[in-house]
Structures are given as structure tokens and as C-alpha cells.
Design a protein around this ligand. Structure first.
Ligand code: M6R
Length: 613
């Protein structure tokens, strides 16, 4: 959470920083701010709210400078207001800092600094850090990068920071621990950011800054990296694969709808080079490299948060069915703290779109420390989680900007399904015939999604009917129970309508008491798996006058006749239904939120990358 950007070079920094903030706004949008050095002055401009507010505020000012840092905030310490917005000055206003993360021992540090005469204007942990850097700098009479290094040795917590100094207009010092930081290398200029999206239009050469590393970007000089324990590091230059068009809305009103419509392509990308449609065969290099580990695994533990956790549940159903390996699916935030039993021959699979989720990263570290083999499933290439795993598979869904995860979810399910099929085939727990049949069907999924997307207009129409609702229930069984959870999460996070997902048969154990004629109940009822049982569950709701919205297989008139609204999906294998059923649920949530006038891409209180626990 929070996005940071920096620039030093020959261009005016302001437009680069503002554009960078707009790209990173998905990381938090409580406030935005910018600091630039010009003519021996260190100027800070900040505003509560989104980057647009900052632009409006800055409009009347003459903002110049070829060095600057900027921040978009998701509030942790201190309410979202202008005073708590970053950048923060040090006491003398000689230094300014931006920060993504949490300084856990800030209270102790603050007390110590107060005793030295420091005063504080904000409630943030970040202001404590910049005062500490200034104090260390003055008392030790050292340069900025040494001061940052010495100060960070006293800090407990997570950070990606960038600091500038009024009297040093040619230097930015940045550092990271637990929060991401990327440096872009241009011609006589450097960029820095929380991810590569603000950098891509200027250069495709990037250096991912490692844990506890401090980078000094000096105008006209080579990039210099040392660790906080003073070990020099050689920067490793990587080439970015991302394209600029992936970061733009491309004519769609919101990133979310663009990303929903991208799914036929993103799923093809996830399968490219992995699913051979002619031979109905799957090749996953991450599996091939670690085949023995998978074949001998006694247990798999999946750890993830939010939507990625839902994808993990679907993965559990598939791996247990095809590969006959027991799978536990854990919320990373619980797993990391509850002293779980982890064996050396366990395979731990962290799933994360961003690759930066703090709890999932901590779960990885815990599992690693206990000797488990870590196989990551991530979307963002080069992010912290894939850098901390033993092996893994990228989902290749491309940048996901909408806070609500859509294409990343279906790509995660696709990768997990491929993994389950290939382990099952190699172990002999899945027959050759089944393997070929499901793999063939998997290859057809992108085209089937295209077909479902054609119902967008009619989904938009009936979605209008439901904006009155205060609550929704989503039901599914088997592979579609996690889809129900995901459908409910999509609706609540972007439309602010309370929604719950349940296994359909659980209704009788309590939630059925909620059913009235006001209550919309979304039922995922394809003609596979426990179809008849789901039909009975629908009857039970119908008998209590609930409003039924069903997801049915094309041609199914039984469920369609029982429903107030039904959306059809093409026929497929049971394990692949989630890839199709998720699409109408995403569209429905999107359209309800749009009609309600909600900010679908940046819902209140949320951020895309949850880099704090
Ligand atoms: O980047 P990750 O996949 O680790 O993120 C996990 C969750 O924060 C994320 O899936 C969240 O639940 C989404 N906003 C849901 O749409």
C-alpha cells in the first residue's frame, strides 16, 4: 500500500512524478504529495484525496526542478489529511522523505527524539523516521546515504523510502525492506517507483532493489547499492517485458471492465507454451524442474489472501481430485502467526497477484525457515514473493490495475488446474483419457469466455434491478463454492453491498433464516457435479420467496425456469466451470457498482497491494 515515485535527471520532474503517481494510485488514494528541489529550495506540495486533488492544488504554483519524490498514500498511522500526507520534512526542513510501509518501533524512537528537542507536526511513523535520519546525520556528521543506513539500523518494520536533501540537489537515497522498490535506468537519468508502471515509458532497464538494500542515485554517476549492514552489491539490470498499452484503459470506462474483457487473451497467455492444443498436453517448467518433489509430496499447503485465497480453494479441489495429494488452504495472516506444523517434505504454494502481500510474504519466510519447498504462483514478474520462492509459475495475466481482482483470479485458477492435471498424469492418479479430455477442454476456455462476454449488455440491464439490495447471498457446491465466495467478495468490495458466499447445502444450517422476497440469491448451478442437489437447494430458497439469479449451463431450462434471472455459460468439465462462472459474477458486480455510482477501480478504504499486515 502507498505508492512511491522518484526522478533525477535532465527533464522537469513534476510531470513525470504526477504521471507516476497516477499509475500507482491503485496502491492507495487517501492523499498525494510531491517534493522537489529547485534553486536551493526544497518545496513540498501535498493534498488530501486523490492525485487529481494534488494536481488542482499545484496548478496555481510554479513547480520546477529536475529532482523530486512523490507519494500516494493508503493511511496506516494518522487519519487521511493534508498534514499526515507525504512527503514529510525533517525538523530543519533540510530533508524530505516518502515512505511505503510501517515503522513498528516508531513510538520508542519518537520519545527518544523528543528528548533531543525534536517536535512533530503529523501523527505518522514516517515523520519519526525522517527526524531520526536528520538527528543521525547531524550527530555523526555523515552524508545522506550513511545517515539513512545508520538510521535504518535502528528501525523495526517495513519500508520503501526515498529521501532528498536541500543542499544535495544531485542525490536521491532510497531503501527497502518488505516493501517493493524498483529503479529505472535511463540515459543520464534515474527513476524509482514501487513498481515498474511509472518507469516503462522512459526505459525498459530496471534494477529490483533487494531486501535491506540502500540505493544512491547520483546525477551523472553509476547507481550504488549497499546493504544496511554495509555490504556493497552489484546492481543487476533486468529488461521489462511490460508494454505501455497494458497500463491504459484502451477505450473502456474503467480498468476493471477492461480487465474482465481481457480474460480470453490473458488465459491464452497463461496457457501459452504450456498447453499444447494439438496434442492436448501440458508442460510446466516449474513442475518439470521439481518433478520428484511433487510426485513424492505428502502434503501441499496453499497460502494466500482475498481473491488469491479463493483461487487456492479451487486449486485444492483440483489437486486432491487429480493428484490425490492432501491440500490445506490457509489465510496467510493466520498461517504466519499460528505456529503451524510444517514438514520438510511439504510443498508450500503462495498465491499472489501482486507478489507483495505482506502476510503472504511472511508466510513464505516462515515456511522457508522450516525447510519446506516453496512454489510460488504470482502475476507481477520480479516481485518480492517470486524472488523469495524456490520455484514457481507466473500467471502472465499482465498488469492488473483495478483494485478488484478479475483476470488475475482466472489466471491463477488456470495455473493451478494445469498443475493439478500434470501432477495427476505423472503420478498415474489421473487416467490418460481424463487428462486428455480435460486438457482439451481447458484449451477451449478462452473462446467460451468470449461467448459469455457477449451477454454483457443484458447483465448490465438486469443489474440495475438489484441496486436496491442491502444484502446478497451467493451459493455454490464443490468447485463452485469458492466461486460463490469470490462472487460475493467482488460485489461487496466495489458496490459496498453486503454479500456472503456459502456452500449451498449450508443454507439450512442458519443462513436460510435471512431469506425474504427482498433477498437476491445468486446460485451457481451448472449441469455437472451436484446439479440435482443444487436444484433442491434452489427450490428451498424459492419456497421462501428469495429472488434467484442463477448461472446455468446453456440449454438448462429447469434451473432457468426456477430463476428470476439466469445467465448461461457454455458446457465444460466440472473442474473448469469456475473459469466460466466467474465471468458473469464479475460483470454483475461491476454493473451494480457502476449504477450505484461507486468508484469501481478505486473502492473506498482499499488498495491493490496490501504491503502492510
Ligand atoms: O496481490 P494478492 O493476490 O496477494 O492480493 C490478495 C488480496 O489482497 C486481493 O486478492 C484482494 O482480495 C482483491 N482486492 C480482491 O478483489
Amino acid at each position: 500500500m502507498c505508492g512511491i515515485v522518484g526522478y533525477i535527471g535532465k527533464q522537469q520532474a513534476y510531470p513525470i512524478l504526477i504521471k507516476g503517481l497516477q499509475r500507482l494510485e491503485y496502491r492507495g488514494y487517501d492523499s498525494a504529495g510531491i517534493a522537489l528541489i529547485n534553486n536551493d529550495k526544497l518545496n513540498v506540495y501535498k493534498a488530501k484525496g486523490k492525485v487529481a486533488e494534488l494536481i488542482q492544488f499545484a496548478e496555481q504554483k510554479d513547480i520546477q526542478g529536475t529532482i523530486g519524490i512523490a507519494h500516494t498514500r493508503w493511511a496506516t498511522h494518522g487519519e487521511p489529511n493534508q498534514v499526515n500526507a507525504h512527503p514529510h520534512y525533517s525538523q530543519s526542513e533540510e530533508l524530505a522523505i516518502i515512505h511505503n510501509g510501517i515503522i513498528e518501533n516508531y513510538a520508542v524512537l519518537k520519545e527518544g527524539l523528543k528528548e533531543q528537542g525534536y517536535t512533530f507536526s503529523s501523527e505518522t511513523d514516517t515523520e519519526v523516521l525522517i527526524q531520526l535520519i536528520e538527528y543521525v546525520k547531524k550527530t555523526n556528521k555523515v552524508d545522506l546515504s550513511t545517515a539513512v543506513q545508520l538510521a535504518l539500523n535502528q528501525v523495526v518494520g517495513a519500508y520503501a523510502i526515498a529521501v532528498i536533501e536541500k543542499s544535495e540537489p544531485d542525490v536521491i537515497v532510497a531503501a527497502r525492506k518488505g516493501s517493493p522498490l524498483v529503479v529505472g535506468i535511463g540515459e543520464d537519468e534515474y527513476f524509482l517507483a514501487s513498481d515498474a508502471t511509472p518507469i516503462i515509458e522512459f526505459t525498459d532497464k530496471v534494477v529490483y532493489i533487494g531486501e535491506e538494500e540502500i540505493v544512491t542515485l547520483r546525477r551523472g554517476m553509476e547507481i550504488k547499492i549497499v546493504t544496511i549492514s554495509n555490504i556493497e552489491k552489484t546492481p543487476e539490470i533486468n529488461k521489462l517485458e511490460m508494454t505501455l498499452s497494458q497500463l491504459e484503459k484502451g477505450g473502456y470506462p474503467h480498468f476493471m471492465i477492461k480487465e474482465i474483457f481481457e480474460q480470453p487473451k490473458t488465459l491464452s497467455d497463461s496457457m501459452r507454451g504450456r498447453v499444447n492444443v494439438e496434442e492436448n498436453n501440458i508442460t510446466l517448467s516449474g513442475f518439470i524442474d521439481n518433478k520428484e518433489k511433487f510426485l513424492n509430496a505428502k502434503r501441499i499447503i496453499i497460502t494466500a489472501c482475498g481473491t488469491s485465497w479463493h483461487a487456492g480453494l479451487i486449486g485444492k479441489y483440483a489437486i486432491e481430485e487429480f493428484a490425490r495429494i492432501p491440500v490445506e488452504v490457509e489465510y496467510s495472516s493466520e498461517f504466519r502467526y499460528r505456529k503451524p506444523v510444517i514438514h520438510k517434505d511439504d510443498i508450500v504454494i503462495p498465491i499472489s497477484q501482486s507478489g507483495e502481500t505482506a502476510d503472504t510474504l511472511a508466510a513464505v519466510e516462515l515456511a522457508k525457515s522450516q525447510g519446506a519447498f516453496i512454489f510460488g504462483i504470482c502475476n507481477v514478474v520480479g516481485a518480492s514473493i517470486p524472488r523469495n520462492t524456490d520455484s514457481g509459475c507466473y500467471t502472465h495475466a499482465g498488469p492488473e490495475i483495478g483494485v478488484a481482482s478479475t483476470k488475475a483470479f482466472t489466471a491463477q485458477v488456470t495455473v493451478l488446474t494445469m498443475l493439478a492435471l500434470i501432477i495427476g498424469k505423472e503420478k498415474g492418479t489421473l487416467s490418460e483419457e481424463q487428462y486428455l479430455k480435460i486438457t482439451h477442454q481447458l484449451g477451449l476456455i478462452p473462446e467460451k469466455i468470449n461467448h459469455i462476454l457477449k451477454q454483457n449488455d443484458s447483465i448490465a440491464q438486469f443489474a440495475k434491478t438489484f441496486t436496491y439490495a442491502q444484502n446478497f447471498i451467493y451459493l455454490g457446491r464443490g468447485y463452485n463454492f469458492p466461486v460463490a465466495l469470490e462472487g460475493a467478495l467482488k460485489l461487496k468490495e466495489i458496490s459496498y453491498i453486503h454479500a456472503e458466499g456459502y456452500p449451498a447445502a449450508e443454507m439450512k444450517h442458519g443462513p436460510i433464516a435471512l431469506i425474504t422476497q427482498e433477498m437476491p440469491v445468486v446460485v451457481i448451478a451448472p449441469n455437472v457435479g451436484m446439479y440435482e442437489k443444487v436444484v433442491s437447494n434452489i427450490q428451498e430458497i424459492k419456497a421462501r420467496k428469495g429472488k434467484i439469479i442463477s448461472i446455468v449451463t446453456e440449454g438448462d431450462i429447469v434451473v432457468a425456469n426456477l430463476s428470476d434471472y439466469s445467465i448461461s455459460i457454455p458446457e465444460t468439465e466440472e473442474c473448469l466451470v469456475p473459469l466460466l462462472a466467474a465471468i458473469p459474477l464479475q460483470l454483475m458486480a461491476y454493473h451494480i457498482a457502476v449504477v450505484k455510482g461507486c468508484d469501481v477501480d478505486q473502492p473506498r478504504n482499499l488498495a491493490k497491494s496490501v504491503t502492510v499486515e
